[in-house]
Design a protein around this ligand. Structure first.
Ligand code: BGC
Length: 724
C-alpha cells in the first residue's frame, strides 16, 4: 500500500453530509448585469493570414502580425479602455479586439481566491495564505487549476493573480492574498499556482512587482531597500513565477522602490525582471500605477491599465514628436503579441462568458479540502482535540455564527454562492449526538453563561483584512480578546478558532486549552472546521509566517520601517524578514514559522546529506549537482496524518546571511506506524548569497549547516557540509 494517504481520500467520509445552507448573507452589492462576452470567432479570411499559421513559432507570428499593424492598431493594444467604453461590466480590465487583424480582446479579471469583480456562480476558495499553509505544492497547483478553470469559463483570458510578494509587515492588509514571509516557500507556491492557472487557458499575472509590502500610503509610498535584500528576499517569488511558472504577465506595483515608481523603474523592469530573471512576457501596470508616458515606455512598461491616460493620446503624441520611437512601441506590442500567441489566445476558441456557471460541486469540495489542509493546530493541551461528538458544545462569537470571516476584502473579494458557518458545520457534523448552543458574543454575561453550561466552549474570532488599508495593529479587533478571556474563565475546556489573514497577538494563550488557526477558509468554512475539530481530518497545516508574542518584537516595529515617515519606508531590517529576524535577535516568537501540530506524532531519523564536502566553489556552479538530503519519517502515533519535513541551511558567518533559511520542504502522508523515506533537494542557491560587489550570487568557502525538522525552531537533525 502506498504510504501517501491521498488527499482525495480525505474527502471521503465527509461528502455524505449534503450541502449546508448558509445563513450568511454576504451577497450585498450591485447585481451584475448578465453580459455575455462575445467569443472571438476568427473570420474565415483571417485564417489565411500568415500569422494565423499555427506551425510557426510565437515570435515569428508576432513579427508577421506586427508588420500588418498600423500605429493606431499598436497603440490600441498597449492600454485598456474605461469600463463605460467597453461592453463588459464584469472584468477589471478590457482591451478591445482588433477584428480586422483577428487580435482577440483581452479580458482581465481579479480572483486570488475565486473569480472577483462581482462575478456570481463562482467558488470561494480559502485565501492563498491558507493554501500556502498546507505546504503542499501539488495542492497549490490544483488551487491554480480551479481558479484558472473558473476564470476561463467566465471569459477571462488574463487572470490578475497570484500575489507573490513576501509578507514583510505583519499588519499588511493584503497578507491574506500572499503565501507568507519566506521567499523560498513563496517561490514554490507561486510556481505551482501559476502552472495550474495557465494550464486551464488564462495567462496568469504575477503581482505586485516590486516591494509592495504595505497598504498605508500605497499610491505614493517609497520603499527604500538595498540591492542584496531585493535580490534575496523580494525577487525570488518573481524569479520562480518566470522560471517555474512561465508566467505570461507581471503587474508593476503602485509603490516606489528607492525613489522611482515601479512602472517607470528601468532597473526593476528592464534590468532585474527582463535581463536578470529572463522574463519574456509583458508588464502591465496596476490600476492607476502608471505615472508617465515617455519614462514608463523607456523603462519597460508594456501596457497601461485600466485606461490610456498615459499610453493613449499622450503616447501617440510622444511618437509623433519622436520622444518615443516607433521601434520602442513595436517592442512593447511584440511582447504582448508573442505572449498571446504563446498562450494560444489566437488559436483556442474561448466560449466562456461572464454569466456562465463556473462553480461546481467538485470545486466546492476542493475549497473544503484546501481549508482542511491549510488549517494549523497551534495548541492542544492535554489532547482536548479532537472532540467527541457528545455532551454539549458551546459555539461562541459572531465569527462562528452570524458573521463568519471567510475571506479578505478588496479587489480579491469574491461573491460566494454560500458560506457554511461554523455553527452550521458543527451542528451538521454532530447531528443528534451532542447539544450545540450558541452565543454571538455581543453580551459577555450571555457568552459566559452559555460557555459555563457546556462541556466545551469553542470561541470563533476573526481579524478582517483588506486591500487599501493595513491592520492598525496585531490585536484582534473589538472586544474579542475580552470575549475569549471571559469564556475561558467560565469553561476550563475552551478552544479558540482564529479566522485571520495573518498573525495576531494572543494575550489569553495560557488561559485556553486549544488554538486553531483556520485563516480565511472560504465558502466551506463550517464543514472544514468541524472536520478538524472532530478529527475527521488530522490537521497538518504549518505556519507560513511567524506569530510574535508582542507588537514591539516584530521585524518592522519602528515607524521608519512601517508605515514609514513622510511616505518613506526604510527596509532597515534588510535580510531579517520574518523568522530570520527572530532567529538573529534570539527572540522567542509565540509560534514560529513552519510550526503546526497534529493529532498524531512523528519521528525524524537517519539524516543523510550528500555530498558532505565540496572541494571547490566551482562545484556550486549552475550546472553542478544539488545537495541531496534524505531522512526517514515515522508516524509514531495512532492516526493517519501528514508531516512537513523542512530543511534549513546556515551559511558561514562571513557571508552575513541570517542564521538559517528554508531551503527545501516536503509533505508526507503516513498511516499510523508507517515509516517513509523523504528526499529533499537543496539547490545551489541555498549555499550562496548575493554579492553586491560582484553583482551576482556567489559562494563563500566554509562550513554550512543543514538542519532538518518540523518547524524553523524544531530541527532535531543536523549535518555539516564543507565548501573548500
Ligand atoms: C489592485 C490589483 C487589482 C486591480 C484591478 C488594484 O487596486 O491593487 O491587485 O488587480 O486593482 O482590480
Amino acid at each position: 500500500m502506498s504510504a501517501r494517504v491521498r488527499r482525495a481520500t480525505n474527502l471521503r467520509e465527509r461528502c455524505g453530509g449534503g450541502r449546508v445552507r448558509s445563513s450568511v448573507q454576504r451577497l450585498g452589492g450591485t447585481v451584475m448585469l448578465a453580459v455575455v462576452a462575445a467569443t472571438l470567432a476568427t473570420p474565415a479570411s483571417l485564417h489565411k493570414e500568415p500569422w494565423m499559421n499555427k506551425s510557426l513559432s510565437a515570435p515569428r507570428r508576432a513579427d508577421l502580425l506586427l508588420r500588418a499593424m498600423t500605429t493606431s492598431d499598436k497603440l490600441a493594444l498597449v492600454h485598456g479602455v474605461r469600463r463605460k467604453e467597453h461592453p463588459f461590466t464584469g472584468y477589471a480590465g478590457y482591451v478591445p479586439a482588433n477584428r480586422r487583424l483577428g487580435i482577440p480582446a483581452l479580458r482581465l479579471a481579479d480572483g486570488r481566491a475565486g473569480v472577483g469583480n462581482g462575478a456570481r456562480k463562482v467558488t470561494l476558495l480559502p485565501a492563498p495564505l491558507a493554501a500556502a499553509a498546507s505546504w503542499d505544492t501539488s495542492l497549490m497547483r490544483d488551487y491554480g487549476r480551479v481558479l484558472g478553470e473558473e476564470e476561463w469559463k467566465k471569459g477571462t483570458n488574463v487572470f490578475l493573480g497570484p500575489t507573490v510578494d513576501v509578507v514583510r509587515v505583519p499588519e499588511w492588509g493584503r497578507a491574506f492574498e500572499t503565501y507568507g514571509e519566506d521567499p523560498y516557500l513563496n517561490a514554490q507556491m507561486a510556481g505551482a499556482e501559476i502552472q495550474g492557472v495557465q494550464s486551464q487557458g488564462p495567462i496568469a499575472d504575477a503581482n505586485m512587482y516590486l516591494t509592495m509590502n504595505q497598504e498605508t500610503g500605497r499610491f505614493q509610498a517609497d520603499s527604500v531597500v538595498d540591492e542584496r535584500t531585493l535580490e534575496e528576499i523580494y525577487l525570488p517569488p518573481f524569479r520562480a513565477a518566470v522560471e517555474q511558472g512561465h508566467v505570461g504577465t507581471v503587474m508593476c506595483a503602485y509603490v516606489q522602490t528607492n525613489g522611482s515608481y515601479s512602472c517607470q523603474n528601468p532597473h526593476l523592469l528592464d534590468g532585474l525582471l527582463r535581463k536578470a530573471l529572463g522574463f519574456r512576457g509583458w508588464v502591465l501596470s496596476d490600476w492607476g500605477a502608471t505615472h508617465s508616458t515617455v519614462a514608463s515606455a523607456k523603462a519597460g512598461l508594456d501596457q497601461e491599465m485600466p485606461d490610456g491616460r498615459y499610453y493613449g493620446a499622450a503616447l501617440e503624441k510622444a511618437i509623433q514628436d519622436g520622444r518615443v520611437s516607433e521601434g520602442l512601441l513595436n517592442a512593447h506590442v511584440r511582447r504582448i503579441l508573442v505572449t498571446m500567441f504563446r498562450h494560444g489566445l489566437f488559436d483556442k476558441p474561448q466560449h466562456g462568458n461572464w454569466n456562465a456557471v463556473a462553480t461546481s460541486r467538485k470545486h466546492a469540495m476542493f475549497s473544503r479540502e484546501v481549508a482542511e489542509q491549510g488549517t494549523v493546530l497551534l495548541k492542544n493541551e492535554g489532547h482536548l482535540l479532537p472532540l467527541a461528538a457528545s455532551g454539549s458544545i458551546a459555539v461562541i462569537g459572531a465569527d462562528g455564527g452570524t458573521e463568519p470571516v471567510a475571506e479578505g476584502g478588496g479587489s480579491s473579494y469574491v461573491i460566494p454562492p454560500y458560506v457554511v458557518s461554523p455553527l452550521e458545520g458543527i451542528r451538521q457534523r454532530v447531528g443528534q449526538k451532542a447539544r450545540v448552543t450558541y452565543a454571538d458574543g455581543s453580551k459577555m454575561t450571555e457568552a459566559a453563561n452559555v460557555a459555563r453550561a457546556a462541556s466545551v466552549a469553542v470561541v470563533f474570532v476573526g481579524a478582517p483584512e483588506s486591500e487599501g488599508r493595513d491592520r492598525p495593529n496585531l490585536e484582534l479587533p473589538g472586544r474579542q480578546d475580552e470575549l475569549i478571556s471571559t469564556v475561558a474563565a467560565a469553561n476550563p475546556n475552551t478552544i479558540v478558532v482564529l479566522n485571520t489573514g495573518g498573525a495576531v497577538l494572543m494575550p489569553w494563550i495560557d488561559r485556553v486549552r486549544a488554538v486553531v488557526e483556520a485563516w480565511y477558509p472560504g465558502q466551506e468554512d463550517g464543514n472544514a472546521i468541524a472536520a478538524i475539530l472532530f478529527g475527521d481530518v488530522n490537521p497538518s497545516g504549518k505556519l507560513p509566517l511567524t506569530f510574535p508574542r508582542t507588537e514591539s518584537e516584530v521585524p518592522t516595529a519602528t515607524a521608519q520601517q512601517w508605515p514609514g515617515v513622510q511616505g518613506v519606508s526604510i527596509y532597515s531590517e534588510k535580510l531579517e524578514v520574518g523568522y530570520r529576524w527572530y532567529d538573529a535577535r534570539h527572540v522567542q516568537p509565540l509560534f514560529p514559522f513552519g510550526y503546526g501540530l497534529s493529532y498524531t506524532t512523528f519521528r525524524l531519523s537517519h539524516l543523510q546529506v550528500n555530498p558532505r564536502s565540496l572541494s571547490a566553489a566551482s562545484e556550486l556552479s549552475p550546472t553542478s549537482p544539488p545537495v541531496e538530503v534524505s531522512v526517514k519519517v515515522t508516524n509514531t502515533g495512532h492516526r493517519a496524518g501528514a508531516e512537513v519535513v523542512q530543511a534549513y541551511v546556515t551559511e558561514p558567518a562571513a557571508t552575513g546571511e541570517p542564521p538559517r533559511q528554508l531551503a527545501a520542504f516536503a509533505k508526507v502522508f503516513l498511516k499510523a506506524g508507517e515509516t517513509e523515506p523523504v528526499q529533499l533537494t537543496l539547490r545551489r542557491r541555498a549555499f550562496s548569497y548575493y554579492s553586491v560587489a560582484a553583482r551576482r550570487w556567489v559562494c563563500s568557502p566554509g562550513d554550512f549547516r543543514v538542519e532538518v525538522g518540523v518547524s524553523s525552531r524544531e530541527l532535531p537533525l543536523a549535518s555539516e557540509i564543507t565548501l573548500r
